[in-house]
Design a protein around this ligand. Sequence first.
Ligand SMILES: Nc1nc2c([nH]c(=O)n2[C@H]2C[C@H](O)[C@@H](COP(=O)(O)OP(=O)(O)OP(=O)(O)O)O2)c(=O)[nH]1
Length: 126
Amino acid sequence: MKTIEVVAAVIYNNGTYLATQKGDGPFRGQWEFPGGKIEIGETKQEALIREIKEELSLTIEVEKWICTTEYDYPTFHITMHSYLCRMIEGKPILNEHQALKWLPAKDLNNLKWLPADIKTVRLLQE
Ligand SMILES: Nc1nc2c([nH]c(=O)n2[C@H]2C[C@H](O)[C@@H](COP(=O)(O)OP(=O)(O)OP(=O)(O)O)O2)c(=O)[nH]1
């Protein structure tokens, strides 16, 4: 099975975390932490900063690794690295997603997350 390596940004602001809802594609309508695939020659931090700029027009600072998750989807395996990130500049703009929500940790459960994200959500709630 094909493996993809992805970085995900858990962006916090005022006691809330940013969740984004997928637009088009097989996971349409499900929620994720913004991010994407690491490109060749990039560090994980560089990939996160690039993806968040592309997807949300937001400048972030990567603060701390949260966890790495291995998950098997029906057609590929994902290795996903989640990082806690701080907003430095901008206001999120939906360049690729259909919606966003800022939620306190206790309310993150109310969303239908991509399965690979469940572990990260649980760690935020501890
Ligand atoms: N960004 C992100 N992707 C996630 C999360 N959870 C999860 O299972 N994924 C999966 C969904 C996608 O199949 C894959 C990320 O691919 P993507 O399509 O967002 O990455 P990308 O922007 O680099 O994609 P592209 O350039 O190839 O279109 O990882 C998550 O929290 N954030």
